[in-house]
Design a protein around this ligand. Structure first.
Ligand code: P53
Length: 482
């Protein structure tokens, strides 16, 4: 038995995203958004996620008409829209102190330019928040978790277009005005680093297969996203009770050996793949190493002095990041993990999940220390968890000892980091309840403490069942003992 140390007010909880849980894609005035237009792909096809394809007019028409009767998993999620009361009750029972969720933009402003927000959309989230309050849960809201509205795709807008930025700001202000009394923690954009790249993909930037070029082109979108986020922070100053943080998909890598050349290569990779984003949003200015890289590779960013001013004056109030895995700095195809969507260098000291994500709890301690040393502002792990193929056994549960181990090992390292002096506000695991995966659009990749009886085609009762990890988590919340 080992007792872990966490501050008394530490927020342990669980994270989700609207497009992966809600379903009800065409109910109460909601219009379609990007992820609900991506069809399910059979296993052999998933190495080429459809999220890496250009969103053409033809694809959009196909998704709207759906003449071929294809299955679009994110239109159905796990049916949280209708079952939220039951789910929130279970979250409380599991001992969650905070629930991270996102709001679907197209429920609030179905057409983007609507004169008034959609009352039914606001009502749904108010009901969810009331339910959280009743069950003693704090709330963290992601304003945009990858769900780009259909009208943005139809007009082929990018974040370089003021029309998109203004529409988002109107939406963000509505959320803050309506919900500041319920929600203390806000994240304007989920995994802002991946999101910028996703916009390049949608606009066809990766179609030519030149990934480097697409990455280089995505820095302009990133700049506009970061400035938009800073404007949200500026507006939110009228609500001193709330806090706004960033959310970056972590990319912790190690040098493949101690050859100084490799150590330096790894430093460069970590600078551009992780620190750059936090430097920009915490310090409010472009770091020298990035400006040098931009110059060397001819990256053009459409910056104006007013934007730089806004960035400088509106840093994030806390850092949040998702942490699932680590890798090495290797870029050679033969040395990369099998994993789909995100590939990193293979580390022979680590085991990987069935999706090739390398499990590394100590990497979390390292990362927390690095961020605290560099930024000295509170840290929040907004996602961390393990996706596995699972089925219910005859006792209607899942014996997910691997998940218990994954969580326990990461909690232990987090507690060590806190003892190292790192200031952490909280942690939301991905995820308290099974949902549709982001990268591969399937129910089969299950992360939950709670099993949901839907398969990849949304066939099943949708009923909820507690896994073994549910009971373990509940007990850990009470005792903090491993
Ligand atoms: P899925 C890639 C790498 C790291 C985090 O991912 C990622 C992704 C995108 O797949 O996304 C976050 O469901 C994201 C969540 C997502 C979760 O990681 O592909 O914020 O929406 O579900 C896990 O296994």
């Amino acid at each position: 038995m080992k007792k872990l140390e966490f501050p008394n007010d530490f927020l342990f909880g669980g994270a989700t995203a609207a497009n992966q849980i809600e379903g009800a894609y065409d109910i109460d005035g909601k219009t379609l958004s990007l992820l609900e237009m991506i069809p399910f792909q059979e296993l052999e096809d998933r190495k080429n996620p459809s999220t890496s394809k250009k969103i053409t007019k033809e694809l959009i028409m196909e998704a709207i008409e759906n003449k071929n009767g294809r299955h679009y998993p994110k239109r159905f999620g796990n049916d949280f829209y209708h079952r939220y009361k039951e789910d929130i009750k279970l979250f409380k029972e599991a001992g969650l102190k905070i629930f991270r969720m996102s709001i679907s933009w197209t429920r609030i402003y179905p057409n983007g330019n609507d004169a008034e927000p959609n009352a039914k959309g606001l009502e749904f989230y108010r009901n969810v928040f009331e339910e959280c309050k009743k069950n003693g849960l704090e709330i963290m809201v992601t304003m945009n978790h990858f769900d780009i509205p259909l009208w943005v795709l139809q007009k082929q807008l990018s974040w370089d277009d003021a029309e998109l930025r203004d529409a988002f700001l109107k939406y963000a202000k509505t959320l803050l005005d309506e919900f500041n009394v319920y929600v203390k923690y806000w994240l304007p954009f989920n995994e802002i680093n991946l999101f910028a790249f996703m916009m390049q993909t949608m606009n066809g930037g990766t179609e030519q297969g030149d990934k480097l070029k697409a990455i280089l082109n995505s820095y302009n979108d990133l700049h506009k996203l970061v400035v938009t986020q800073a404007r949200v922070i500026e507006y939110a100053k009228k609500y001193p009770n709330i806090m706004i943080g960033n959310m970056v998909a972590d990319s912790t890598t190690y040098p493949i050996n101690c050859d100084p050349e490799n150590v330096y290569e790894n430093l460069k990779m970590e600078q551009m793949k992780k620190f750059f984003y936090h430097d920009l949003m915490v310090k409010g200015e472009y770091p020298g190493y990035a400006l040098r890289m931009f110059k060397e590779y001819g990256v053009k960013i459409n910056r104006d002095p007013e934007e730089d001013e806004i960035l400088k004056n509106n840093p994030v109030q806390f850092i949040s990041f998702s942490y699932y895995m680590s890798g090495t700095h290797s870029k050679k195809e033969s040395e990369l993990t099998e994993g789909n969507f995100i590939k990193v260098g293979v580390n022979p000291y680590l085991k990987a999940t069935e999706w090739g994500w390398q499990i590394d709890p100590i990497g979390l301690r390292i990362t927390l220390n690095q961020y605290w040393d560099r930024y000295q502002i509170p840290l929040f792990v907004s996602e961390n968890g393990i996706g596995v193929f699972e089925t219910l056994n005859e006792n209607k549960t899942v014996e997910d000892d691997y998940r218990i181990k994954y969580l326990a090992d990461h909690f232990e390292q987090m507690s060590e980091a806190i003892k190292d002096g790192v200031k952490m506000i909280g942690y939301t695991m991905w995820t308290p309840i099974d949902l549709v995966s982001a990268g591969t659009n399937e129910m089969s990749k299950r992360y939950g403490l709670i099993f949901v009886d839907y398969d990849d085609y949304h066939k099943g009762t949708g009923n909820r069942f507690k896994k073994k990890s549910f009971e373990w988590f509940k007990n850990f919340m009470k005792t903090k003992e491993l």
